[in-house]
Structures are given as structure tokens and as C-alpha cells.
Design a protein around this ligand. Structure first.
Ligand code: URA
Length: 218
């Protein structure tokens, strides 16, 4: 019998495949939105995510929530949020640290790829350089932030700064706002494309008054 997303998530939660298990409180598998919608991908859980078992709940997560709210998107309802690495990487002193290339490949290939196979997102948004490196090792975030890029993967990738980087460089806030606006525009253009093809195929229209979120259209 083939595995479903819940079974895959259970396996992720009990993963003991690498040394990162030693520094973690718990595994942070991610939050799933609807299939074929947007998927935001960060690097790894930090202190607060490790405590709560949920991605992006610390300061950078609060900024991300605010930016999403500005374009009428809500985690889980409209999009998935995952990290490449599922366990918090720590220094010997117990602080957060950036995951290294080997950790990134190992965890990403073991788990993230399988999650993406289930979710089959129409568009992936990478948050920061580490997430981008996983999909496109030689691409610079500063040169491509706010743009769609071509990669060898099957996914359309939209590059964004990591919210933690914006918290340290508040002068980039205006640019960050316009990156979120670009996501909104991509979603809206997909909405138009899809409503046309719906008409062509004469699908049954939704009941009057039935709510659709933006990403229903992706
Ligand atoms: N930074 C990330 O990249 N992911 C998180 O879940 C939290 C902070």
C-alpha cells in the first residue's frame, strides 16, 4: 500500500537519521495547506519552532504572518510552510546556527522532496539564501529576490529574502513589500487563466455565496 502524507509526516516526526536529533526538542515537519497551492520554504527551525513543533512562530514568523496578511493569505488555509531541515541545528553552546550543505542535502532529499511530491505546489517561494541554495546552488538571493527563476527542479521558484534578514535590515522593507505584491500579482494572473479555462470546460460553477480563497484558483 502506498504511503499517504500523514504516514510520511509520522516518519518525519520520528526521524533519528542524523546527528541533529541530539540538539532538538522535537522535529518540526511543517504546516500543510491545500494540495497544489503555494509552498513557502525556509531553512530550519530555530529556538521557538523547536519548542512548539511549528515552523515560523518566532520573530521572523510574526513578520511573515503580517506580510502574508497584507496580501490576504493565511498559512494552512492558503499555503504550506516547510523548512528544508526539520530539526533545529545548534552550536555547542546551544544557540541557533546555519545548517551546512551536507545537512541541507541529507534532510532535504530524505524528507522535503517527498513532502513536495504529495503537495505538488504550483509555486514555491524560497525564504532566504539557504532555502534557495537547495533548489539552485549557484543562484544569489540578492540578484534574484522578487523574481521567478528557472531551476532543474520541476517547480516554479519565486525568490524572497528571509524575514529574519528584513528584521536586521529594515531599510529593505519597501522592497520586501513589493516582493509580496508580486506574489499577489502572480496569484491574480493564475486566477484569470483558470477562470477562462473553467469557462471553456463548462465546469459546474461554485454555489452562490460559497467562499473561495485566492489559492483555490492556483
Ligand atoms: N527560520 C526558518 O528558516 N524557519 C523557521 O521555521 C524559523 C525561522
Amino acid at each position: 500500500m502506498s504511503e499517504n502524507l500523514t504516514e510520511l509526516t509520522d516518519k518525519i516526526i520520528s526521524c533519528e537519521a542524523c546527528h541533529l536529533k541530539e540538539g532538538r526538542t522535537q522535529v518540526v515537519p511543517g504546516i500543510y495547506g491545500p494540495k497544489s497551492s503555494l509552498c513557502f520554504i525556509g531553512e530550519a527551525p530555530g529556538y521557538y519552532e523547536d519548542k512548539e513543533g511549528v515552523p515560523f512562530v518566532g520573530r521572523s514568523g510574526k513578520l511573515l504572518d503580517k506580510m502574508l496578511e497584507g496580501i490576504n493569505l493565511v498559512k494552512q488555509r492558503d499555503l504550506s510552510i516547510l523548512n528544508i531541515i526539520k530539526c533545529r541545528p545548534t552550536t555547542e553552546e546551544g544557540n541557533n546556527r546555519t545548517p551546512n550543505e551536507k545537512e541541507l542535502r541529507f534532510c532535504g532529499e530524505r524528507w522535503l522532496h517527498k513532502q513536495l511530491n504529495f503537495l505538488s505546489p504550483k509555486m514555491i517561494v524560497t525564504l532566504g539564501g539557504v532555502a534557495l541554495k537547495f533548489f539552485s546552488p549557484n543562484t544569489s538571493v540578492t540578484k534574484t529576490a522578487g523574481k521567478m527563476i528557472n531551476t532543474d527542479s520541476n517547480y516554479q521558484i519565486f525568490v524572497m529574502y528571509h524575514p529574519a534578514y528584513i528584521l536586521r535590515n529594515y531599510n529593505l522593507m519597501e522592497e520586501y513589500n513589493s516582493q509580496f505584491e508580486s506574489i499577489k500579482q502572480v496569484l491574480n494572473s493564475k486566477l484569470v487563466e483558470l477562470s477562462l479555462s473553467e469557462k471553456e470546460q463548462q465546469k459546474t460553477p461554485k454555489q452562490k455565496g460559497e467562499q473561495k480563497s485566492l489559492t483555490d484558483f492556483l
